[in-house]
Write a protein that binds this ligand. Structure first.
Ligand SMILES: CC(C)(COP(=O)(O)OP(=O)(O)OC[C@H]1O[C@@H](n2cnc3c(N)ncnc32)[C@H](O)[C@@H]1OP(=O)(O)O)[C@@H](O)C(=O)NCCC(=O)NCCS
Length: 191
């Protein structure tokens, strides 16, 4: 039987309702990766970040992919609020204009995962398109582990540029590259 993949968009209510499924997929992905054993990337921290913070942010959105009803991937994010921890976690000095937020300037892509047996089949591509459909932010930002070569290649393919490094855990246990992509190709990164 041909698998039917359904991609849909939701908000905080959907993310909260399926928090356990989202967490299970996240944890399964961490096994054997550089995330394994790092507290920031643990089951409890992921779920707490989602339920106590991320899902409550204005404009939070989640795209999910299901095959025959089963969750096989998701991406979620939210616009950065005026006061945020995102730019504060960047270790380099960035210009005031680069980190200026209005609440609707920058969409932060917080998590994106496709189940291992479904990778390389354009599921992330469909999730990304669904998540960003109709959004009006001028740019998107995300953080990626530099050793995560397959994901890094995809973000570069989409036009992301590295602007710095961050330790979002704040204790030296996370080493992430911070990437930005401008929706308007004529805009550029300065600073
Ligand atoms: C990263 C991840 C979500 C990608 O999922 P996927 O379904 O395999 O990706 P897709 O097949 O949809 O590929 C996405 C796009 O990148 C392109 N692409 C894939 N591999 C590429 C490569 N090595 N170089 C350049 N482009 C590539 C695809 O052609 C597609 O482009 P398109 O939208 O223009 O058609 C998946 O590998 C994953 O879950 N990884 C573990 C979790 C993770 O690392 N998440 C990212 C954290 S920042």
């Amino acid at each position: 039987m041909e698998d039917t993949v359904e991609v849909s968009i939701g908000g905080a209510a959907e993310a909260t309702e399926m928090a356990d499924q989202l967490t299970d997929l996240y944890v399964a992905d961490s096994v054997g990766s550089s995330k394994q054993g790092v507290a920031h990337f643990s089951r409890d921290r992921f779920k707490a970040r989602l339920l106590d913070g991320q899902a409550n942010q204005p404009g939070f959105a989640i795209a999910t992919a299901r095959a025959n009803g089963e969750l096989i991937g998701y991406m979620f994010g939210c616009p950065l609020p005026v006061v945020n921890l995102w730019w504060g976690s960047v270790q380099e000095t960035l210009s005031a204009d680069l980190i200026r937020e209005t609440g609707s300037r920058t969409f932060a892509l917080l998590e994106g995962i496709v189940r291992r047996d479904w990778r390389g089949r354009k599921i992330a591509s469909a999730l990304y398109a669904k998540l960003l459909e109709g959004r009006h932010e001028e740019r998107i930002t995300l953080m990626v582990r530099p050793e995560n070569e397959s994901a890094y290649a995809i973000w570069k393919h989409y036009g992301y540029q590295k602007i710095g490094t961050a330790d979002p855990a704040g204790d030296g246990t996370t080493h992430l590259d911070v990437l930005v992509q401008y929706m308007n190709a004529t805009a550029s990164i300065q600073g």
